[in-house]
Design a protein around this ligand. Structure first.
Ligand code: 5RP
Length: 222
């Protein structure tokens, strides 16, 4: 089974989590693209959505889904998104698609975060995937120096990448993240950092992961 087939499988499974009424939060990335396709193919009704990227917004609108300004939404029930890595404590690295800031905003507004991944994204310790950090362009070099000292990793500008917020991405390579909450707080406190792609303070609530044997579900202990 290819990774693409696994993504379709988990995208289909996520349809069950779409609330019958109210707003749905929609993330970004190739797995989410499959999820949006499945919404269309299965003619699932979505009353309204908040979106984490311009690309997601366009795809939702193509399917006739009303995309709302998050400022007009006081909160909502379910956010569905992918990740680059997820650990056994439901912490994640996100931002491979450079949408981490809007993803984190929508995550913070949702009652439930349903993560959709294929099994290749499950890791014991976060950090093999380079950790994305969105930065204000004028602060980039200072942020890179600070990240090097703080993490001991190798921060590198993602060439040619401008986010939907007009900012840049620095990817920190060579990490092994043993305390994700602490690192999230420390990186977020660096002047010029917009958001770090560590989702630990607010991790996933449900993980749906696709395997050759089918989609498995993990629920965060309450
Ligand atoms: C985008 C993200 C994506 O969720 C993450 O990169 C996973 O993408 P994919 O489903 O393509 O593997 O965080 O900013």
């Amino acid at each position: 089974m290819t990774q693409d087939e696994l993504k379709v499988m988990v995208a289909k499974a996520a349809l069950d989590y779409i609330p019958k009424q109210g707003v749905l939060g929609v993330g970004s990335g190739s797995t989410v693209v499959k999820f949006i396709e499945q919404i269309g193919l299965n003619e699932i009704k979505v009353e309204g959505a908040v979106s984490s990227s311009n690309k997601t917004t366009a795809l939702l609108r193509e399917r006739g889904i009303n995309v709302l300004d998050p400022n007009s939404v006081p909160g909502y029930d379910v956010y569905i998104d992918g990740a680059d890595e997820v650990d056994p404590h439901f912490n994640m690295i996100k931002g491979g698609g450079a949408c981490l800031t809007r993803e984190k905003i929508l995550t913070s507004m949702a009652k439930k975060f349903v993560l959709i991944v294929d099994k290749s994204k499950l890791v014991d310790t976060l950090g093999k995937f380079p950790l994305p950090v969105e930065v204000i362009p004028m602060a980039r070099e200072q942020v890179i120096r600070t990240l090097k000292k703080l993490t001991g990793g190798d921060p590198v500008l993602r060439e040619g990448c401008i986010t939907d917020n007009g900012c840049e991405i620095v990817d920190v390579r060579g990490l092994s993240i043993t305390d994700p909450v602490k690192l999230e707080d420390e990186i977020n406190a660096i002047p010029g950092v917009v958001t770090v792609g560590l989702f630990a303070r607010r991790g996933a609530d449900v993980i749906l992961y696709a395997t050759e044997e089918g989609v498995k579900t993990l629920k965060r202990p309450q």
